[in-house]
Design a protein around this ligand. Structure first.
Ligand code: TXA
Ligand code: MG
Length: 311
């Protein structure tokens, strides 16, 4: 299969047609690129798993075109409705009890479904034209770094999917916050752009060490091929050690990527995966990542770095 990268607005109709025939296509979102397919078609969803080499035990996030789909796919609690009102469209995914209409392949047979509404204008345009929910995991091969540009998607899935819609670089650069919503409170399953502090205003935060089954909670994930270690004060170990620095370079590294010269955590998040990819492609034998402040979105960045380091 040949993979074509399409530009908007011309490419949009081709993308919507491909979705309608049950093909998976890569779309930009405000977090990372997603590999989208018709969420109500088990066959279309199966092609997502195939293209990504993703185990069927790992459920998909469903992206809805409009809020009226929320009660059609889930049983939303009052808190869920408040969170949707505040953060959608945007980088928040809610895990809620599913309705029977949601295919088993989407939920990996669980009784919950993960739902979000993307704020990316091109994603919204495609979802609205398609008129149905889209299942979309990040558009990388399983276990690898999420793509934040159309070129990254091509590097991951060339020959495995028909189309990529190019929407430029992703604004947030890391995946959405995932929160399990219940009557008892909120359980954060994945840190992201909507922070712990943001969510605490809505309901009590429950202990997230008690894992609700979330395979993305696997200890190792988001991994470059080059071994990566996380340190407070990075030092080079060899002539081929690379540095993933927060804001300033250090002596003695073969290659350095700086996440934000002004120590801006949002900028650092947006640059994280691209920087990891460049270091991974540089022929290094080790990447040393510098620990970053764990406030606000810094917690989400550190969660990704810990998982990249866990092997
Ligand atoms: O920002 C994002 O969320 C991106 C964009 C494309 O929307 N999507 C994304 O999807 O990161 P994915 O599949 O790479 O990560 C979703 C995570 C997976 O780790 C999956 O295990 C978890 O969400 N998940 C999905 N459904 C779940 C459920 N019902 N209960 C618990 N975890 C769930
Ligand atoms: Mg992913």
């Amino acid at each position: 299969m040949k993979t074509l990268t399409l530009q908007a607005p011309d490419g949009v109709s081709t993308i919507v047609e491909a979705l309608a025939t049950g093909e998976p296509v890569a779309l930009p979102t405000e977090t990372v690129y997603g590999l989208a397919a018709d969420a109500l078609s088990p066959n279309a969803c199966a092609k997502i798993f195939e293209a990504k080499n993703r185990p069927l035990s790992d459920p998909l996030i469903v992206h809805i075109p409009s809020i009226d789909w929320l009660p059609r796919l889930t049983s939303p609690t009052p808190t869920a409705l408040q969170l949707a009102e505040k953060y959608w469209p945007g980088p928040l995914t809610m895990v809620l009890p599913r309705q029977p209409i949601v295919p088993d392949i989407v939920t990996a047979g669980q009784e919950t479904v993960a739902i979000r509404m993307s704020a990316h204008p091109l994603f919204q345009e495609v979802a609205t034209a398609f008129g149905k929910p889209l299942a979309a995991p990040s558009a990388n091969r399983f276990g690898r770094i999420s793509p934040t540009s159309a070129a990254h998607v091509l590097a991951e899935l060339d020959g495995r999917i028909p189309f990529i819609l190019d929407g430029g670089p992703c604004a947030h650069g890391i995946e959405s916050t995932i929160v399990h919503v219940s009557e008892e409170g909120l359980r954060i399953l994945r840190e992201g752009p909507i922070t712990r502090e943001d969510l605490r205003a809505f309901a009590p935060l429950l202990d997230d060490s008690i894992a609700v089954s979330a395979p993305g909670g696997l200890k190792s994930h988001y991994a470059p091929r080059t071994p990566l270690v996380l340190e407070k004060n990075p030092t080079p170990r060899s002539k081929k050690t690379g540095l993933l620095a927060f804001s300033a370079p250090r002596e003695g590294f073969a290659q350095t990527e700086i996440l934000s010269a002004t120590s801006d955590l949002r900028e650092a998040a947006a640059n994280l995966y691209g920087a990891m990819r460049r270091l991974d492609e540089a022929g290094l034998d080790l990447i040393v990542a510098e620990e970053i402040p764990e406030s606000g979105i810094g917690a989400a960045i550190m969660e990704r770095l810990r998982k990249a380091a866990a092997r």
